[in-house]
Write a protein that binds this ligand. Structure first.
Ligand SMILES: [Zn+2]
Length: 143
């Protein structure tokens, strides 16, 4: 995304999904960054949670268009995410916080010894909100 403030089209799922998905947006919005994610029916960016048979990823971020009119879709793979045996809601939240990190220009698996929501294999039981490293990364990018 070109901007840290953007809207996504409203989504409507059962509370098992809706609640942790909304928490993921809030988790970014409360960070001390310029991030402000809202829902708007006119938004071009979408977040979808559904089954993607044969796909092993948990979440997928795909940008469209070019700056400054870039938008995205984020897919959450309910088949794979539902395999989480503990803390399902935290796992949903973790995955959406991570994918929204991509929408905020963060890259996968940053080289750092610090905890990051963008690192592969991060323990979602403990880390499901943006970490200090991620907050600094966003501020470095947008400030
Ligand atoms: Zn990623």
């Amino acid at each position: 995304m070109a901007l840290p403030a953007f809207s996504v089209k409203p989504y409507d799922y059962n509370s098992l999904w809706q609640v942790p998905m909304d928490r993921a947006l809030s988790a970014w919005n409360v960070t001390p960054t310029p991030v402000w994610i809202t829902k708007s029916s006119s938004a071009k960016s979408i977040i979808v949670a559904q089954q993607y048979p044969g796909k092993t990823w948990f979440g997928l971020y795909t940008p469209h268009g070019s700056k400054p009119d870039r938008y995205f879709d984020i897919k959450l793979n309910s088949l794979e995410i539902s395999k989480a045996t503990t803390n399902f809601d935290k796992f949903v939240q973790y995955n959406l916080v991570h994918e929204l990190g991509h929408a905020l220009s963060l890259i996968d698996n940053p080289v750092t010894s610090q905890v990051s929501i963008m690192k592969y294999g991060v323990d979602f039981n403990l880390y499901y909100v943006p970490q200090q490293y991620d907050i600094n990364d966003v501020n470095n990018y947008y400030n």
